[in-house]
Design a protein. Structure first.
Length: 278
């Protein structure tokens, strides 16, 4: 089926997708939206684009499928080595000291926009290796794509997907199986996967470490500010935020502090009274 969106069609669909998810389509990526709509028209058996527009307005399941189809789920294990080095060598030691000083025994981590699960499983391997047994861990991994979440929950990856996993983690935490590798149960049970649309409040509270990498790049300025604001509210008094290489909080009025480490840059949230004493 060959469709070409009129300017009015493009405005209607891009506005609805933005309202539902914060994902912004410009003229530069108009062809991506046309391709995804062509696929959904064929799958739904509809003959015209206006009929499909009416369908997604009334059918929440189809709306979720469309949003799933327009998201980009490119990821890999231990993506951005520098950030994982900063996570291991800077963030974890600092949080261990902070938790000890406050008497807390739990570390909460959120992988937002986790795609097919490589990121949260990478995080879980590091935590399993580096965090003392005295500290409990909660790792929540969320995404807008139900299809990606199903892959993540299964925890099986073809051989070409495990590039980047350090050998000492590969041998300890992954098991060779058929034409790929299966995440071992001790790592799988550390991660809870959940469907979540970043357009809305997650309900997460007191998050100590938040990874949201290469996600807000698809949002416009207003949606980015709203998402970062919700992240701030969900995070604990002394917590860290990791964004993607091409993302930053520059120009935003936030209470996050820019932190430059030996390995990578990241952001830290300080409780107001803690920040005022610095």
């Amino acid at each position: 089926m060959n469709i070409s969106l009129t300017d009015n069609d493009f405005e209607l669909f891009s506005r609805l997708i933005y309202e539902q998810s914060g994902i912004h389509f410009s003229e530069m990526n108009r062809s991506i939206l046309e391709t995804r709509l062509r696929e959904r028209l064929k799958a739904s058996g509809l003959a015209d684009i206006q009929g499909y527009y009416r369908l997604i307005q009334s059918n929440t399941d189809e709306m979720k499928i469309l949003l799933d189809s327009v998201t980009t789920n490119l990821t890999k294990f231990f993506r951005n080595t520098g950030q994982f080095q900063a996570f291991e060598n800077y963030v974890i030691p600092d949080l261990i000291a902070y938790k000890k000083s406050t008497g807390s025994d739990i570390v909460r981590i959120w992988s937002a926009g986790c795609a097919t699960g490589e990121e949260p499983y990478s995080i879980a391997m590091v935590i399993r290796d580096k965090l003392p047994p005295s500290l409990r861990t909660e790792i929540i991994a969320s995404d807008l794509s139900l299809k990606s979440l199903m892959i993540a929950q299964e925890g099986f990856y073809p051989e070409n997907k495990i590039e980047g996993v350090p050998e000492h983690y590969l041998s300890r935490f992954m098991e060779k199986k058929n034409e790929g590798y299966q995440i071992k149960e001790e790592i799988k049970k550390m991660v809870r996967f959940d469907y979540h649309n970043l357009k809305y409040d997650s309900g997460q509270k007191s998050v100590d470490i938040l990874f949201c990498r290469n996600v807000i790049i698809y949002f416009d300025d207003a949606a980015q500010r709203a998402v970062i604001g919700r992240f701030y509210e969900s995070m604990g008094n002394h917590s860290y935020l990791f964004l993607g290489h091409s993302e930053s909080l520059f120009g935003m009025d936030t209470h996050f502090e820019f932190v430059k480490t030996e390995w990578a840059v990241l952001y830290r949230k300080f409780y107001p009274k803690e920040a005022s004493s610095r």
